[in-house]
Design a protein around this ligand. Structure first.
Ligand SMILES: [Zn+2]
Length: 288
């Protein structure tokens, strides 16, 4: 079913797992991304940057995600990543994206609240979900670079006020992860995550998931991470596989010889990640 971020994170909450949010960089990889989720029996969040949404077309992305959700019988949420401009958000929601991220993390706290609240009002009126962000995630994404020294961890007190005042459906937090990190792994601040999770029930989101050590996944999931973003690892491996194939395939052979292996490389990574995200060694939490 084509569904919302709110619905899939509720499934994650019920089953004490997390939902992989995987960045689609082109249309070619979309079918195998969704088939990976189908084979693992998990919902999936497909997310795009604004630049990718424009390159493909917002409405084309929606049509493809909807059709694949239906054909493959998978719960698919389509999410716009890191939007800062209300026009982009409106275009995504009006085109049928079921979820958007409004990233006001660089703004003063009150301004972040006010602008996020406005996005939530529009999104909820149209049946879409909203992810907000507090604190600053390191690294570079879509040209915005955050220096190590300028990184601010999310404050648990701010989380309580932000969630209450904005009505967001999920919250991205800064606990030491970095966008685009793939050559090394990061030290995630698990004690801070625990503190945040103790003061809120809001589904929490980790960005820069490629740089997170797989052995840290259970600690993250057991402490409320319900959306887990993975982008760079897919991009790097699609490109590596495509480069190798293009290098050895004659120019007059079908493009399938170059593109299908790259799509399948993405599928294998997603299946591996979802296998860990399902958190099968941890019990389902009993409702209190
Ligand atoms: Zn991000």
């Amino acid at each position: 079913m084509y569904t919302t971020l709110k619905n899939v994170t509720q499934t994650a909450e019920d089953l004490n797992m997390t939902i992989g949010a995987f960045n689609a960089h082109n249309l070619e990889m979309m079918p195998e991304m969704i088939r990976a989720a189908k084979e693992m029996g998990s919902p999936i969040i497909i997310q795009t940057s604004i630049a990718t949404a424009r390159y493909i077309g917002f409405k084309v992305m929606v049509a493809v995600a909807k059709q694949l959700a239906e054909d493959e019988m998978v719960d698919v949420a389509l999410h716009l990543d890191h939007a800062q401009d209300f026009d982009d958000i409106k275009e995504a929601i009006d085109s049928g994206y079921t979820s958007v991220m409004y990233d006001g993390s660089q703004l003063p706290f009150k301004e972040n609240i006010a602008k996020t609240r406005a996005v939530v009002q529009y999104a909820h009126k149209h049946g879409a979900s909203v992810e907000g962000e507090l604190g600053t995630i390191g690294g570079t994404e879509e040209g915005i670079h955050v220096e190590e020294a300028d990184r601010i961890y999310t404050s648990p007190e701010d989380v309580v006020e932000f969630v209450k005042e904005t009505g967001v459906d999920a919250l991205a937090i800064a606990i030491g992860t970095n966008h685009g990190q793939f050559k090394s792994k990061t030290e995630v601040n698990i004690p801070l995550l625990k503190e945040i999770h103790q003061v809120t029930d809001i589904p929490l989101v980790v960005h820069g998931g490629t740089g997170v050590k797989e052995e840290d996944y259970p600690d993250l999931i057991n402490n409320g991470i319900r959306k887990f973003n993975v982008g760079t690892e897919l991009l790097v491996n699609w490109t590596k596989e495509a480069k190798a194939c293009f290098a050895e395939t004659p120019v007059n052979k079908s493009l399938r010889h170059n593109v299908i292996p790259a799509n399948l490389a993405v599928k294998e990574i997603i299946k591996h990640k979802i296998g860990l995200f399902m958190n099968v060694d941890s019990p389902i939490k009993v409702a209190q």
